[in-house]
Design a protein around this ligand. Structure first.
Ligand SMILES: NC(=O)c1ccc[n+]([C@@H]2O[C@H](COP(=O)([O-])OP(=O)(O)OC[C@H]3O[C@@H](n4cnc5c(N)ncnc54)[C@H](OP(=O)(O)O)[C@@H]3O)[C@@H](O)[C@H]2O)c1
Length: 305
């Protein structure tokens, strides 16, 4: 298959691109960076180059990072524009192609559901109001415009993707590496996580499953609370007894981002993927963390795309 990707240079792309290449696909990555082509992989800097590179499928993952930074008004604009404007421009470019691709897999996140307490959330669950929820809903609507072109459209509602090096786990593991174990706030909020290897497999599964469309939660079947995450991390690192970082401290330091991403969460399950027969390699957090932190250096994921 010829696949066009946005966001292919990012944390997920760094594992997905080599995996798609080794499955025999040809990739075109749309990027803001100047990068040299390699066998099977070419980089384009503008959608104007699209007609020269016809594609069978599109994977749309571009977006400025949601985590680790205060959401100032200017940064919120960047978070929105990097997803909504990019997706809109992509779909507009696809409408101009003599033959559009058959499939679009487009990014979203469990933030779609907004903050929730303990109830299990499947793809048909309702969302609560929050910036990340509005952003994901808008992002999904832009992608769904592809349906009018007859393109099978799949929405990837990603949980927190775990692997190393890079990604959210870099920041999450830092205190544990220094022997400090912590949960956030009261520690009862849910964290819907997924191993990056399962994201790569699920994307390939969804790419190949012509009958599947609509939203899919890309989260492991067993979300954990912040306290349970802390306990699992203590299984990997020797630490002092754990403590909670008070919510007001996090809110003061990181504002709305802390409130939405660290101090509240959602207990999401991959109902649609499991109903479609997808098998997760990493169902339990302990197993995922052991694979990530104890794998030999020679088994690190492939080179940066
Ligand atoms: N990783 C997770 O835990 C997680 C969880 C939920 C949802 N997601 C979503 O899944 C997508 C991929 O995740 P990821 O972790 O691979 O993301 P990432 O490492 O942060 O990279 C995504 C890519 O987006 C592009 N990008 C960054 N800032 C941009 C901007 N201002 N304008 C346009 N493009 C920009 C960059 O590509 P170029 O530099 O090549 O242009 C970058 O490589 C993201 O949209 C993210 O929101 C990820």
């Amino acid at each position: 298959m010829n696949i066009l990707m946005t966001g292919g240079t990012g944390f997920i792309g760094q594992a997905l691109v080599p995996s798609l290449l080794s499955a025999g696909h040809e990739l075109t990555v749309l990027t803001r960076q100047a990068k040299p082509d390699t066998p099977g992989l070419r980089y384009i800097q503008s959608l104007e180059a699209l007609p020269e590179h016809p594609c069978d499928a599109v994977i749309n993952l571009a977006g400025a990072s949601m985590a680790g930074k205060r959401w100032s008004d200017a940064y919120k604009t960047e978070l929105l524009a990097s997803r909504i404007d990019t997706t809109r421009a992509l779909i507009t470019a696809l409408t101009k192609l003599p033959s559009p691709p058959q499939t679009l897999l487009s990014g979203s996140a469990v933030g779609f559901y907004g903050p929730h307490s303990d109830q299990l959330l499947a793809e048909d669950s309702h969302s609560t109001p929050a910036f990340s929820s509005q952003l994901c809903q808008h992002w999904e609507r832009e992608a769904q415009a592809a349906e009018a072109l007859g393109i099978r459209t799949v929405l990837l509602r990603l949980g927190v993707v775990l692997d190393a090096p890079g990604g959210a786990l870099d920041d999450m593991a830092r205190p544990f590496r220094f022997g400090l174990a912590n949960w956030m706030g009261r520690g009862e909020q849910w964290l819907s996580w997924v191993h990056r290897a399962d994201v790569v497999s699920a994307v390939q599964f969804l790419l190949d499953s012509d009958c599947l469309s609509g939203p899919f939660n890309l989260t492991a079947p067993t979300p954990v609370t912040s306290r349970e995450f802390c306990k699992a991390m203590r299984g990997q690192f020797k630490t002092l007894p754990p403590v909670g970082i008070p919510g007001p401290v996090l809110s003061l330091a990181l504002g709305e981002m802390a409130q939405e991403l660290l101090l509240s969460g959602q207990r999401v399950v991959p109902a649609a993927l499991q109903a479609a027969g997808f098998e997760f390699q990493f169902k339990q957090l302990d197993g995922a963390l052991t694979e990530i932190f104890q794998r030999p250096a020679s088994a690190q994921p492939g080179p940066k795309a």
